[in-house]
Design a binder for this molecule. Structure first.
Ligand SMILES: Cc1cc2nc3c(=O)[nH]c(=O)nc-3n(C[C@H](O)[C@H](O)[C@H](O)COP(=O)(O)OP(=O)(O)OC[C@H]3O[C@@H](n4cnc5c(N)ncnc54)[C@H](O)[C@@H]3O)c2cc1C
Length: 570
């Protein structure tokens, strides 16, 4: 078939919508530091900063009166968070040195690891590579982790605003001075309707973007500042289901091979969640050369494998969700994550080690390091607290130079870390499953020194799609879940007449080609995009904010607070 290049129909990032050159409104909520995103990165950062403020209140230090806020787009904390999750607890120990492991929101230590290579009906046990050994790590639900962190933050005096998405960064003369939230209660055409609530401004001397994977505000700011990275960021889509079963497996299991073809990078995870719950999911790189790449359908096919069927038989699905993962690794981290009035942390900065499928402790670590850098900047009398007032009395943004210690501290923390040692592992698989496996093995053995340097890559949307997977039989198995039922299981109750938050087509008003429509419809796990004959139909309320199509096609923008999924135990 004629190769299809997704980038050819991708609209540009709507930067003018995401960065507004305006001062915050005079009625703006005044804060010193605002974390955009109440996930592990934002909440860990807010907690650390509140701990520093509490210390200064006791000692009469300069941070005593710090006003800290966390802005979260989901209706309740954790409802937009999805992970595996096996957690490295290092950041919990940093933040809560006095707490015993049993007091942390984790579901128990990993009892053992198992790595399997699957064929359609068989399986071969492989030696567990060092990156997949989880001794000392804990199984967890990220929703539970985030709800618990939110409680800790509030106890320390942090203002947690849920149901308020940051719609745009407010910028004055190049300095970030706060954010504007999305309005709520608009009709499909964008006019105020019942329950209308206008946008609210929040001013801050430092805004920390902790908006997670494929964050549009972070993308817009990096683009505006001209900040690049050695390699472009690349992504995978993870689709996950939570099942109640009679007997969860005893070990943390990862599989490779079937049902993925050899030229697609990815694999599955099966994590026992204690009692009667098992979390299972499939993660697939979005550079796979298939027009009909459909990770949800592949997960349904995966559940037909005898090994998986045995786990699920007699069980029942209780939750479903999906999310992208930045998997470009060390070489795709932006060259600079600090600027005037701004820092970027967590997945928004690409801090995931895909070889071990770990991002939570990097997100928390980066939040802590961001807080420490802000604390230093604001404690320095010449830098932070005596900033000259803006024309309307809003205090100025902390200059980027004063926040740059964050970049240095983060890089230093990574240099001895798996995220650095595994820097070429994902990229090695660009040359195919077997060659990639051999190269990745050598990288593990040599601690990342082989092959040295950097394997270059291109953005996912630039790669040609020339093949078809043909996944029609994926729904034949007895445990299969159709996309429409899956969206219901995500808890998504977005109102039907919400205005569309998706920007479709390289040129506004032009239709995408039928084959591009097929690509979007296959890729989107939530049925937002459907191909109707030659037309693309967009069901925006179905969107669960996974951002998969944002990587290859239509752009995702923030929408009314509380829309989207309502995950409880993902
Ligand atoms: C399928 C899958 C499996 C994974 N497995 C593991 C694992 O086993 N172990 C592990 O360590 N890591 C795992 N990860 C990675 C890990 O989940 C992430 O690295 C981690 O959640 C990143 O934390 P974060 O705070 O940066 O982002 P997130 O957890 O995504 O949180 C970001 C928050 O910001 C909010 N937000 C976004 N935009 C806005 C806005 N404009 N305004 C207000 N709020 C906003 C979101 O709603 C969300 O609550 C997995 C990821 C996936 C998808």
């Amino acid at each position: 078939m004629k190769p299809l290049i997704p980038a050819s129909a991708q609209p540009p990032l709507p930067r003018g919508r995401l960065i507004v050159e305006e001062d915050p409104d005079p009625e703006a909520v005044p804060l010193d530091v605002l974390f955009v995103g109440g996930g592990p990165a934002g909440l860990a950062g807010a907690i650390r900063l509140a701990q520093l403020a509490a210390r200064d209140r006791a000692e009469g230090g300069p941070l005593a009166d710090l006003e800290i806020g966390v802005l979260e787009k989901s209706g309740e904390l954790g409802e937009h968070c999805l992970s595996g999750a096996v957690v490295n607890p290092e950041a919990f120990h940093t933040l809560f040195p006095d707490l015993d492991e049993t007091e942390l929101p984790l579901r128990g230590r990993v009892a053992g690891d198992r790595v399997l290579l699957l064929t359609e009906r068989g399986r071969i046990r492989l030696p567990t590579p060092p990156s997949m050994r989880n001794h000392g790590h804990h199984v967890a639900s990220i929703c539970e982790v985030v709800r618990w962190l939110g409680g800790q933050a509030e106890e320390l005096g942090v203002n947690v605003f849920t149901g308020f998405p940051a719609d745009a960064l407010l910028v004055r003369g190049g300095q970030v001075v706060g954010v504007r939230t999305t309005p709520a209660g608009l009709d499909r055409e964008g006019n105020p309707a019942g329950g209308y609530m206008p946008a609210t401004d929040l001013s801050a001397r430092v805004t920390v973007l902790a908006e997670g994977t494929r964050g549009p505000l972070s993308q817009a700011w990096l683009e505006r500042e001209g900040v690049g990275s050695a390699n472009p960021q690349i992504f995978a889509l993870g689709v996950k289901e939570l099942w109640e079963v009679a007997q969860p497996p005893d070990a943390v299991t990862h599989t490779m091979g079937w049902p993925l073809p050899r030229d697609a990078f990815g694999g599955s995870f099966i994590y026992p969640m204690g009692e009667n719950l098992v979390s299972l999911g499939l993660v697939v790189g979005l550079d796979a050369p298939y027009v009909d790449l459909d990770v949800h359908a592949l997960l349904q096919r995966f559940k037909q494998h005898p090994f998986v069927r045995e786990i699920l038989d007699g069980g029942e699905i209780v939750e479903w969700g999906a999310k992208t993962i930045p998997e470009g690794g060390y070489h795709a981290i932006p060259d600079r994550l600090s600027g005037d009035g701004l820092l970027i942390a967590g997945d928004a900065a690409g801090l995931v080690d895909v070889a071990s499928l770990k991002g939570i402790h990097y997100a928390m670590r980066s939040g802590v390091l961001a807080a420490d850098a802000i604390g230093r900047a604001l404690s320095d009398r010449g830098a932070g607290m005596d900033q000259s007032d803006g024309a309307d009395g809003v205090e100025g943004a902390v200059p980027g130079g004063r926040l740059a210690s964050y970049d240095a501290a983060l890089r230093e923390s990574l240099i001895q870390d798996p995220l650095y040692r595994n820097r070429n592992q994902r990229l090695a698989f660009k040359s195919g499953f077997f060659a990639g496996g051999v190269r990745a093995g050598l990288m593990q053995v040599t601690g990342g020194t082989f092959p040295g340097g950097r394997i270059p890559s291109e953005p996912d949307a630039a790669g040609p799609r020339r093949k078809r997977l043909g996944l029609e039989s994926a729904y034949d198995g007895e445990h299969a879940v159709a996309k429409v039922d899956a969206v219901f299981r995500s808890g998504n109750a977005t109102r039907d007449d919400v205005p569309s938050h998706l920007v479709v087509g390289a040129v506004a008003g032009t239709e995408v080609s039928p084959v591009m429509a097929e690509l979007y419809a296959s890729l989107c796990p939530a049925g937002v995009y459907e191909r109707d004959g030659d037309r693309l139909v967009v069901n925006a309320p179905n969107c669960i904010d996974c951002k998969a199509t944002d990587v290859l096609g239509p752009r995702w923008t923030p929408r009314e607070g509380g829309s989207g999924p309502a995950y409880k135990r993902m």
